[in-house]
Write a protein that binds this ligand. Structure first.
Ligand code: ZN
Length: 159
C-alpha cells in the first residue's frame, strides 16, 4: 500500500484525464479500464460495473481507487446490491468520496449511511466512520432519535 488514500478533485468529470489513463493500458484491457474510471469519476458515468470488467481494470488502478471500486461494486453489482444499488454509488460519487458531514477524504474510512437523503434523489449519505458512528449513537436501536428527556435521564444515571 502507498499512502495515497484520497482522490484528487480534478479527476471528476475529466474525460481527458480518463483518456490518458485508458491509453496507458494494454489494448485488450482499455474498454474495462475506461468503464471502471467512468464509473468512478463521471457524474453521468455508468452506474454498474460488471465483475469481469472490474477484475481486468483493477490491475491498472491506484490503491485508493481499488478500495473504492471494491466497496462500490459490491453495492451496485455484488452481494450488497439489494441493500444499496446504484443510488449508493451516485451519492458517493457526487460527494467526491468525501464525508458529507466533515469532509474527511481517506477512502478507507467512508461508509454509506441509509438515511432520509442528504443528497437530492437518494436515500444515502456518504459519511466517514466517525460521523457515521456519532449519528448512530444519537438514535436508539430502533432508529428513533433519542428524546431530549431520555438524554437528560441518561446523563443523570451516569453522573
Ligand atoms: Zn466525517
Amino acid at each position: 500500500m502507498t499512502d495515497q488514500t484520497t482522490i484528487d478533485l480534478k479527476r471528476f468529470n475529466n474525460n481527458a484525464y480518463i483518456e490518458e489513463r485508458v491509453i496507458a493500458a494494454d489494448l485488450a484491457d482499455r474498454g474495462s479500464v475506461k468503464t471502471a474510471l467512468r464509473y468512478l469519476y463521471l457524474d453521468d458515468g455508468p452506474i454498474n460495473l460488471p465483475r469481469d470488467r472490474q477484475k481486468i481494470a483493477e490491475k491498472y488502478l491506484e490503491d485508493a481507487e481499488r478500495i473504492l471500486i471494491r466497496w462500490l461494486a459490491t453495492r451496485t453489482n455484488g452481494s450488497e446490491r439489494k441493500n444499496y444499488g446504484s443510488r449508493a454509488l451516485i451519492t458517493a460519487r457526487s460527494t467526491r468520496y468525501r464525508c458529507q458531514q466533515c469532509g474527511f477524504s481517506d477512502v478507507r474510512c467512508l461508509n454509506l449511511d441509509h438515511i432520509d437523503g442528504r443528497v437530492d434523489g437518494t436515500e444515502f449519505a456518504c459519511l466517514c466512520a466517525n460521523c457515521h458512528t456519532i449519528k448512530s449513537r444519537q438514535k436508539d436501536w430502533s432508529g428513533k432519535a433519542l428524546r431530549q428527556k431520555d438524554v437528560e435521564e441518561q446523563t443523570h444515571y451516569e453522573s
